[in-house]
Design a protein around this ligand. Structure first.
Ligand SMILES: Cc1cc2nc3c(=O)[nH]c(=O)nc-3n(C[C@H](O)[C@H](O)[C@H](O)COP(=O)(O)O)c2cc1C
Length: 199
């Protein structure tokens, strides 16, 4: 049985459907992505805004089975279970300091987040899905990527691929395999401040 979840998300306000169409499945097909698809994802991310146009993000990716497996091995077991099938696995890094001045860039994680979101939205435009993960072993990731700790944050891992069959997931993951909802609008945007009084 092919159990593809329907997307019943209803926004409170009328927004472009690209925002509600993006969600994070765990059922991926192992079908490979084309080089054009892969580079299109990174191209979308490249145009994200950043503080002083620093573009502090770095995507380290793998598609070839042996290399991909090295990245998958950095994930916690629960994530390996499903992300191990995805044809593209990557890590999002952000540079801790501005390359020009060497000064700390405290906005780099914010900018890397914008770049990841651009990648995720572009994935949907290509009929693909991207699923971010914080569940990975940080020490192992630094070692595997050969990324100097003093230079880079490793922000997240991401699995990308085509939507697979939810019925192939373990029971607990299958139960979560549908687009989720959000906090009420009023809890995330307020015109009342000091904020301590607002939330
Ligand atoms: C930084 C980050 C870390 C996440 N870590 C994990 C993870 O380790 N494992 C997992 O299954 N999902 C992970 N997620 C997915 C979130 O649970 C998901 O984005 C959230 O529930 C909202 O659902 P949606 O992406 O389907 O809209 C992560 C998402 C983000 C942005």
């Amino acid at each position: 049985m092919n159990a593809k979840p329907s997307n019943a998300r209803t926004p409170d306000w009328d927004i472009d459907s690209m925002f509600t169409d993006r969600w994070s499945p765990r059922a991926f097909l192992s079908d490979p992505l084309t080089e054009r698809e892969i580079q299109t994802l990174f191209e979308a991310a490249r145009w994200a805004p950043s503080c002083f146009n620093e573009q502090p993000w770095l995507f380290v990716y793998a598609t070839a089975p042996e290399q991909r497996q090295k990245l998958v091995a950095c994930l916690v077991a629960k994530n390996q279970l499903w992300a191990g099938r995805a044809p593209l696995v990557l890590f999002v890094l952000s540079r801790r300091c501005f390359q020009k001045t060497g000064k700390e860039n405290r906005h780099a994680p914010f900018d890397a987040g914008a770049a990841w979101m651009a990648l995720a939205l572009q994935a949907r435009k290509l009929g693909l899905y991207a699923h971010a993960m914080a569940g990975f072993n940080l020490d192992k990731a630094y070692e595997t990527l050969g990324a100097p700790r003093d230079e880079f944050h490793i922000m997240a891992a991401i699995a990308v691929g085509r939507l697979g069959d939810a019925s192939e997931l373990p029971d607990d993951l299958r139960a979560m395999e549908s687009p989720n909802s959000r906090k009420p609008h009023a809890e995330v945007a307020t015109d009342v401040f000091p904020v301590l009084r607002a939330v």
